[in-house]
Design a protein around this ligand. Structure first.
Ligand code: ADP
Ligand code: ADP
Length: 227
């Protein structure tokens, strides 16, 4: 589904160059649940950002369902991201002056084939919070709203950067279950940066990075259920 060939990313600031990605080859299959692991500074965020078109590559190619993305104009890239990609970050980025329903509607409005918001609220167990504001919700509920928002436009791929990073254990488990459901029931491809071993255990593939390179890819034969 997503193919990276010889992708490099070099940041330049003044005379200083940082090779954040060094000739990355990677294949993410349709419906796959892939985890990216690695120490701080190893290039995980940069990898996620270039795959998802938040940042450009320095060289190399990225294609999506056979179509080359590198080379798309900025507006072409924006259209592509709107149509196909969902994002979940550690920060929930909810708009405080909008209700849960309205926050999710923002996600739904930019989709070409959006999901029904009330159905989604029911599915994610947020129906009782429909008309509440973010400040009236727990951290776990807020993260579920942000998951619902990213799902509402019905994207093909969901990118996550430490989605459980600021959650306690109970709420992390809810988000884990939700990610598994997105992967299994909604057949979403998931690419996720996380140190949460519970998430690695339920993934199809663990991609390990170090110093801008992929140093190991492990296919998970014993994919576990979210507990
Ligand atoms: P990780 O997500 O694994 O912590 P990053 O992808 O954030 O790693 O960073 C990889 C390398 O690229 C690091 O050395 C980091 O300092 C550098 N880097 C990341 N973003 C920028 C930027 N905007 N400008 C300059 N250097 C950057
Ligand atoms: P980290 O090393 O924890 O990944 P970074 O400095 O790379 O932190 O990024 C800061 C945070 O901003 C990350 O959590 C990243 O996912 C998030 N982020 C990056 N781009 C966006 C965006 N367009 N919208 C919202 N959050 C973003």
């Amino acid at each position: 589904m997503i193919t990276l060939t010889g992708v490099t990313k070099t940041y330049r600031s003044g005379d200083i160059e940082t090779a954040a990605l060094k000739s990355i080859d990677l294949e993410i299959a349709e419906g796959e649940f892939a985890v990216i692991l690695g120490p701080s500074g190893s290039g995980k965020s940069t990898l996620l950002n270039v795959i998802s078109g938040l940042d450009t590559v320095t060289s190399g190619k990225i294609s999506f369902r056979g179509k080359e993305l590198t080379g798309l104009s900025e507006s072409g890239m924006t259209r592509f991201r709107r149509q196909y990609l969902g994002f979940i970050f550690q920060q929930y980025n909810l708009l405080q002056n909008l209700t849960v329903y309205e926050n999710i509607q923002i996600g739904s409005d930019i989709g070409t084939d959006p999901l029904d918001i009330d159905e989604l609220l029911l599915k994610i167990g947020l129906e009782k919070t429909r008309n509440k504001y973010p400040s009236q919700l727990s951290g776990g509920e807020q993260q579920r709203v942000s998951v619902a928002r990213s799902l509402a436009k019905n994207p093909a791929v969901i990118f996550c950067d430490e989605p459980t990073g600021s959650l306690d254990e109970a709420n992390s488990k809810n988000v884990l279950k939700l990610l598994q459901e997105l992967n299994r029931e909604y057949r979403k491809t998931i690419v996720i940066i996380t140190h949460n071993t519970g998430i690695s255990e339920m993934s199809d593939k663990v991609i390990k990075m170090n110093s801008g390179k992929i140093v190991d890819i492990t296919i998970n034969p014993t994919k576990k259920d979210a507990k």
